[in-house]
Design a protein around this ligand. Structure first.
Ligand SMILES: [Zn+2]
Length: 232
């Protein structure tokens, strides 16, 4: 009986460091039984992140929902997408931003978080959840690399989803004001199984070590004084 009144959360979950930390946070706050994960296939160049997401869900013994939104990105030449001829940049985000003159980086998937959060809110309402968690953090929004990770965007979409759901649903981005180093710090406290996560944009056997997200991940582990279990 008591279970019925407990709040339920949906976590937008990609199998990377940020969303896995978010998932662990939601499990701690709401209890495992009250958490639903939602992963999205969007035509990524490789299946590594979705495979990582499945391994992590097994670890936490959670069932997850996967949505396929690939068709929507048919017209995009974002370098993360399998049909795109664009090469993945082997540079840090700061280096890339020096060349984009204020535009997002080439790995920006057009309005991805807006789309995913709207889709998640719709599914979450049907599943009687009252919030959607997502793992955006300050570093990804810096210099407008990923504008849909910014705090402004988060506040705006939270308002839109809250109003559009009849004030039944809110969005939480617990790391919107945090750096990736702080995300990891929280995850280490929560004993997140980072060895199961996948961050790299390339789909090789091992992380490439030179793409923007590999560089950010390495820095965050270094700053926390621990080695990345994914890189031995
Ligand atoms: Zn990489």
């Amino acid at each position: 009986m008591e279970q019925k009144n407990r709040e339920r959360a949906m976590v937008l979950f990609s199998g990377g460091v940020d969303s896995t930390t978010c998932l662990a946070m939601a499990i701690e706050r709401f209890g495992k039984e009250q958490v639903i994960s939602l992963s999205v296939a969007y035509g990524q160049k490789h299946e590594k992140e979705l495979a990582a997401a499945r391994r992590i869900l097994d670890y936490y013994q959670l069932d997850g929902i996967t949505l396929d939104l690939t068709t929507i990105f048919t017209y995009s030449n974002c370098s993360l997408l399998s049909h795109s001829a664009e090469k993945l940049p082997a540079q840090s985000y700061q280096e890339q931003l020096r060349q984009t003159e204020g535009a997002p980086v080439s790995t920006y998937v057009p309005f991805r978080n807006g789309l995913f959060l709207s889709a998640a809110a719709s599914v979450a309402l049907s599943k009687e959840c009252s919030c959607v968690f997502y793992g955006a953090h300050r570093d990804d929004a810096a210099g407008a690399a990923y504008p849909d990770c910014s705090e402004t965007f988060y506040q705006a979409i939270n308002t839109a989803i809250y109003e559009g759901s009849g004030r039944r649903m809110r969005v939480e981005a617990p790391f919107a004001g945090s750096s990736k180093t702080q995300v990891l710090e929280e995850g280490l406290r929560l004993k997140v199984p980072y060895e199961l996560t996948w961050s790299c944009y390339a789909g090789r056997e091992q992380p490439c070590g030179v793409c923007g997200t590999c560089i950010d991940r390495r820095e965050a582990f270094l700053r926390n004084g621990v080695s990345d279990p994914k890189c031995g």
